[in-house]
Design a protein around this ligand. Sequence first.
Ligand SMILES: [Zn+2]
Length: 286
Amino acid sequence: MSQFDPRRAAQVRSTTESLCELFRENANRLFFRETVKRQPDIGAGRPGEEAQRRTRLASSDSGRAVTSEVDLVLLGYWWDGGVAYTCSAAERSLLRIVSHSAWVRGAVQKENAWRLKGRQQEFMDLLRAAQRIRQAVDATSQMERLARMISLCTPNLPIDRAFPPEHAEGQMVALLMETEQPPEGPVDLYLTRSPCRHCANGFARLSKLHDMYHDITTQNPQAYKGARRPEYDQFRNDYEDAGFDRWKIGWILYGAPYENRENQTDWAALDRAVRNGSVSGHRRLY
Ligand SMILES: [Zn+2]
């Protein structure tokens, strides 16, 4: 059980919230189809608020349309000596468009749409924000790997994924698992919204990993030598490869409670995560 540094938490929170705000404010205004589609003029008619919300961004590189209805969850995480930011991956394509699309930049530079006139500064701010936000290379495969490890610890409760890979939490855990130089010690995090039900349960399951690893390596290695030994060897490799022997989740701090009705925060799961040692604690920051 560690304590979080309130000053550092406040700093990360402030950056996380401002990055989120920048996206919410600017993304809807700047990047929807009417503004970026390749037309010299989008016409005189101004689309209404509702039409704007429903319009989709046209992605030039993936060919996939991305909704401009940004419901971004941003996550800042920090450890002794570092800090990083990530977000829900529904906006991954949005980030890519903002960061890499010459097409979007061209549209902005041309100022050929009323909406974009005089918007270069907003675009540059958004671009800078996008470049600070990390995305996992492949959160899905890391989450499947994590689920395999957890399933070995809880054979009666098989799960197919630990955290939804598209959620900010899944992105963060995948980033930590895939990094070449994982941090040492607790990793505290600040979320603009409290973890959803799935993620809260994901956090609560992490202690099983640590218990299993402890068992395999120090407590009772003999018990893991039978027919299933390859599975346990695999587990140990995966665990160490993901850096779980170096870092662990510390505090989960958040702003507003997550509101999605079907997927509301499972507070009992978060409390369980604290009791079983998966995380140091959880708290809303005001
Ligand atoms: Zn979630």
